[in-house]
Ligand binder design. Structure first.
Ligand code: NAD
Ligand code: TDX
Length: 359
């Protein structure tokens, strides 16, 4: 069996990838994660005794640690999920985004290059460095613009997007300059189990369950393309196995939705699964001040990954959203853990004074 060094595997997408990798025996996993606010150690508690899983707490900015881990575990691939990932936080406090997303990726590339250059034969030929990136690097689309393709010029608009773009450029440079066998994926908005409830879908589910306002930025007409997280993980595995080195693959759900439509759909499902006696959940919708520099629309053209690797999204938005809501309803312990005092304090500090009006 192969060995993958996964970074950020205690976060949302990384943890879903690690679980799938262990369940479907894709590889032995070494999970390197700093355990920031966005991670929850309990997320992968079920793997603690798994023979193919090792957790290491650490920072991708720590070059010596990276070199030691590569020497010790001799992975066949590195899958870089580790990142600061929340756009609103990047607007308020960009520093950590530059550190982890740019400097951390740079250090990981440096360690990977030193390791890969010493490999021999088949192990060297088959080694891969996979950079897990985002559609936000391409900037914002107008309603009639064609969807992002792999050759769409980068035009990041938020500090988060700019930091991911910087990292992607470094990955590209390490392929072109040193021949490091890299792959880059640019994926649209993921949803599913284990997402930290600062992101739209889990935030709205948990606020609605707790009868709290559902804050919609601006007019609610911003469009995102939503992909179920397990479909994303399958795509990443296909790219690792069969992607052409040095290439970029866009990954999306063919599922453009306005934010208001997404939140209304969550409310409709919750009216069925967890009805309130006196009101319907949609009555909690509250329009609030818009995000600074809020990108209007993202859309992904999936044709390259579909054509070359035969991947396409499988989960429909209706069933994926239902599964996601059910997961949050069935995992109240996990929810309580992530809704700790520190998280609540951050929300109060940053959004407590937001101007708002009830819809
Ligand atoms: P997340 O915030 O849920 O998880 C990030 C994980 O990285 C956390 O476990 C955190 O502890 C860890 N981490 C942060 N800084 C670290 C560091 N310096 N060293 C080691 N670990 C560190 O993020 P996510 O939503 O799971 O996103 C994972 C990756 O996928 C990111 O690179 C993100 O840019 C990308 N992506 C996310 C989406 C999405 O919709 N969530 C879409 C496309 C791409
Ligand atoms: O309370 C909210 N109200 C609201 O209207 C929140 C948290 C979000 N929104 C809007 C902003 C966006 O238009 O919903 C949309 C989705 O917001 P987020 O969940 O914060 O995601 P987004 O900013 O689109 O970025 C996400 O997708 C791409 C991930 O967080 C990134 O890591 C990923 O790269």
């Amino acid at each position: 069996m192969q060995t993958f060094l996964v970074t950020g595997g205690m976060g949302f997408i990384g943890s879903n990838f690690v679980l799938k990798a262990c369940k479907e025996q894709w590889a032995s996993i070494i999970n390197l994660d700093k355990l920031t606010y966005a991670s929850n150690y309990q997320t992968l508690a079920e793997l603690e005794q798994h023979p193919d899983y090792t957790f290491v707490r650490g920072d991708i900015c720590d070059l010596e640690l990276l070199k030691d881990l590569l020497e010790q575990y001799k992975p066949d691939a590195i899958v870089n999920f580790a990142a600061e990932s929340h756009v609103d936080r990047s607007i308020l406090h960009p520093h950590a985004f530059i550190e982890t997303n740019i400097l951390g990726t740079f250090r990981l590339l440096e360690a990977s290059r030193a390791y890969w250059e010493k490999l021999l034969g088949q192990k060297r030929d088959s080694f891969r460095f996979l950079q897990v990136s985002t559609d936000e690097v391409y900037g914002s689309l107008n309603p009639t613009d064609p969807a992002f393709r792999e050759n769409t010029p980068y035009a990041p608009n938020s500090p988060y997007a700019a930091s991911k773009a910087g990292a992607d450029h470094l990955v590209r440079a390490y392929y072109h300059t040193y021949g490091l066998p890299t792959l880059t994926t640019n994926c649209s908005n993921n949803y599913g189990p284990r997402q930290f409830p600062e992101k739209l879908i889990p935030l709205m589910i948990l606020n609605a369950l707790n009868s709290k306002p559902l804050p919609i930025y601006g007019d609610g007409q911003n469009i995102r393309d939503w992909l179920y997280v397990e479909d994303h993980c399958d795509a990443l595995y296909q790219v690792l196995q069969h992607g052409r080195i040095g290439e970029t693959y866009n990954i999306g759900g063919n599922n453009e939705q306005t934010n208001l439509a997404v939140v209304n759909q969550i409310c409709t499902v919750l009216d069925q699964l967890a009805p309130k006696a006196n009101f319907q959940h949609a009555e909690l919708i509250t329009f609030v001040k818009d995000r600074l520099g809020h990108d209007r629309r993202y859309a992904i053209d999936n044709s390259k990954i579909q054509r070359e690797l035969g991947w396409e999204p499988r989960e429909s938005f209706n069933s994926g959203l239902l599964k996601t809501i059910q997961w949050y309803l069935n995992h109240t312990d996990w929810v309580e853990q992530v809704q700790s005092g520190a998280y609540q304090a951050w929300i109060e500090q940053n959004y407590g004074d937001r101007n708002s009006s009830t819809a």
